[in-house]
Design a protein around this ligand. Structure first.
Ligand SMILES: [Ca+2]
Length: 230
């Protein structure tokens, strides 16, 4: 680690004003949305795991759902079978089905859940938890996508918007995505310092720990990986 660079970053951190104002939540639209959360997964070391939650918002009487999940098997592998969320099972018994995680690299076909009750679940909730392991670093980001989504109440299909997740697959600290952690990354972090997603200088790639703020904890991650490259 280059201590002088780290000192510059720390100095910038101290000089910049403290984050003001509460972080407001972006209100979801009132129509149903199926998403993976978090939408932006921060960078991990090779071998580290992370989870994303299949989440639904603004749904009415959800009785059954089915989805395919796809990802790039060059960078990520699913290491645990998906776990059912509580949204449907809180209403009644369910039949949760999923193919084994290792059957096809990069694809999880027809994960589904169906309630034993004719009355479905309404509102917002978690449908499933997916666990991935980082197996290689690339540049910038790689995606986890949701396809072939089917949702329905007891008698009719439910139209739903679908949002996947973006996973940062570089070395932690490689904000520029050029495969090395250096002064250019420190500058990007400094430029985004004290920002949140509502700030004009927000840069999600600089939020290295994915907590919704660019702050000293991100600078520490960058410093710890300073000098590393692909
Ligand atoms: Ca952060």
């Amino acid at each position: 680690m280059n201590k002088r660079i780290f000192a510059i970053v720390i100095a910038m951190c101290i000089m910049l004003p403290a984050l003001a104002g509460a972080l407001g939540k972006v209100k979801a639209a009132s129509s149903p949305v199926l998403s993976l959360q978090p939408a932006n997964v921060p960078p991990r070391n090779i071998g580290q795991t992370f989870t994303v939650t299949l989440h639904v918002d603004n749904v009415t009487n959800l009785w059954s759902w089915k989805v395919n999940v796809t990802w790039d098997p060059a960078y990520l592998t699913m290491t645990v079978d998906p776990i059912e969320g509580s949204f449907l099972s809180n209403v009644n018994g369910t039949l949760f089905l999923t193919t084994p995680y290792a059957k096809t690299p990069g694809v999880l076909n027809e994960m589904s859940d169906t309630s034993f009750s004719s009355i479905g679940a309404s509102g917002n909730g978690d449908l499933a938890t997916l666990t991935f392991t980082v197996i290689a670093h690339g540049y910038n980001t790689t995606a986890i996508n949701l396809t072939n989504v089917v949702m329905q109440d007891f008698s009719n299909p439910i139209t739903v918007s679908v949002v996947g997740a973006t996973v940062s697959n570089t070395i932690p600290g490689d904000i520029t995505g050029d495969g090395s952690v250096d002064i250019y990354d420190a500058i990007r972090l400094a430029n985004a310092f004290s920002s949140n997603p509502h700030s004009s200088n927000w840069n999600p790639l600089a939020d290295l720990n994915g907590d919704g703020f660019v702050d000293i904890y991100d600078a520490i991650i960058l410093a710890n990986h300073f000098g590393q490259h692909l």
